[in-house]
Ligand binder design. Sequence first.
Ligand code: KIV
Length: 276
Amino acid sequence: MSSDPARKFTLDDLRAARVSGTKVPMLTCYDYTTARLMQEAGVPALLVGDSAANVILGHPTTVPISLDFMIDIAAAVRRGAPKCLLIADMPFGSYQASTTQGVKNAIRMMQLSGCDCVKIEVASGQIRLVRRLADAAIAVIAHLGLKPQSIGLIGEYKVQGRTAPDAKQIVQLATRVVRAGAAGILLEAVPPSVAAAVVEAVSVPVIGCGAGPACHGYVFVTHDALGLTPRRPKFVPNLGDLATPMAEAFRHYVQLVNSGKYPAAEHNYGEKPIEK
Ligand code: KIV
């Protein structure tokens, strides 16, 4: 959070963190209650990722999630964490058809959710969109490296930029999106040396998701870090195991009902005497 916890953490604070070298912890968030807890815990920046398609809706890829759903959950996170910097993902299909479609939908996301920035997965075809969004005063975070919305094209989720030409392409694309007006970069699943080269090449904050220590902030899917998904990716820290206590609590409830201990007298509403 900013040095004053009552103050909102802004894009300017993220830029200042790049200059000062203070690393920014960011988490994905998809609902009001968790957002409230994250803000209380001092997490300065939240990403409403389209990974909601996986961890909230149970889809194997991020492709099926809709813009309306993303807007609804981003608005819920905004209500829970008004002081956090809020980045909302533009989902697959909401900006690929045309620049006009992308601008219209990003404006819709901004107006209806109250997010501070939108994030789009960028290929060279989207440079024009980045420029138009920046012209429309929309802070855009360009997602480079592994781009899960491209699963149809890439075939599998894998580390990007491992060869010199691939790494060079990522660095060049980063330079181009920043020149087009991107306010920040999110770099997913690249070796640390590639992230360091991107950090060196651009002037905006770079958030890493499995991109090593050179980035100015770090993010990952919160459910992975809390043990709520079947597998924790290598780059995600172990922040605890919430699955075991949750499963135990659910089992306990089943036992309470099966044994007739719930509902007990203390759970019942009293009756009001009939007024005469
Ligand atoms: O959708 C998402 O959660 C993301 C992060 C994992 C970078 O884009």
